[in-house]
Design a protein around this ligand. Structure first.
Ligand code: IMP
Ligand code: MG
Length: 170
């Protein structure tokens, strides 16, 4: 069993997510929003964010994985695609954490081809020092140092997703 240290406690984290929700509400006045949550890590963040937005929020999910051993190509494999058309819709991709930025760079290009009216990115966490792909991220919960974090959806070998806070493994 690894030792997990608290990086962002539950109340600080959820307070910040409510702030993000209010910002999104302001930016999308009177509009329907489509959230595309990236499985599995974004699930807790996505629900907490959606519950605090008064607009109508449709929920879609994608499951992607990066090709092992071919990291430099930045190729991403789609295991599960969205169910409904996003043509003409206002889309927000909801991600747990942005590390190198490869996953989102791919997803942004892929989803733009489906002709949404607009597309933005909301991420719970970001590790700016690890970025290798330039990305315009519209909503960031917390920028963190280069630590391996778990909890609130994030896993280490499928463990710790259900921790109610963000922790790190030393
Ligand atoms: P990127 O394509 O390098 O930005 O990878 C982002 C993905 O890597 C995230 O969606 C996570 O699934 C995973 N990831 C990156 N850093 C961490 C971490 O510290 N803990 C858990 N998963 C992480
Ligand atoms: Mg992920």
């Amino acid at each position: 069993m690894e030792e997990i240290k608290v990086l962002i406690n539950n109340s600080k984290l959820e307070k910040r997510i409510v702030e993000m929700a209010k910002q999104i509400e302001k930016d999308y006045k009177g509009k329907n929003i489509v959230f595309i949550g990236i499985l599995k890590g974004s699930v807790m963040f996505m629900t907490q964010l959606a519950k605090n937005i008064k607009n109508n929020v449709e929920l879609e999910f994608m499951d992607v994985s990066s090709y092992e051993g071919m990291e430099c190509t930045g190729k991403v494999k789609i295991n599960k695609d969205i169910r409904n058309s996003i043509e003409g819709k206002d889309v927000i991709i909801v991600e747990d954490i942005i590390d190198t930025g490869r996953t989102l760079t791919f997803l942004l290009e892929y989803l733009k081809q489906k002709n949404p009216n607009s597309i933005k990115i909301a991420t719970m966490l970001s590790k700016p020092s690890r970025r290798i792909k330039e990305l315009d991220v519209n909503y960031i919960g917390f920028a963190i140092d280069d630590k391996f974090v778990v909890g609130y959806g994030l896993d280490y070998n499928e463990k710790y997703r259900n921790l109610p806070y963000i922790g790190y493994i030393e």
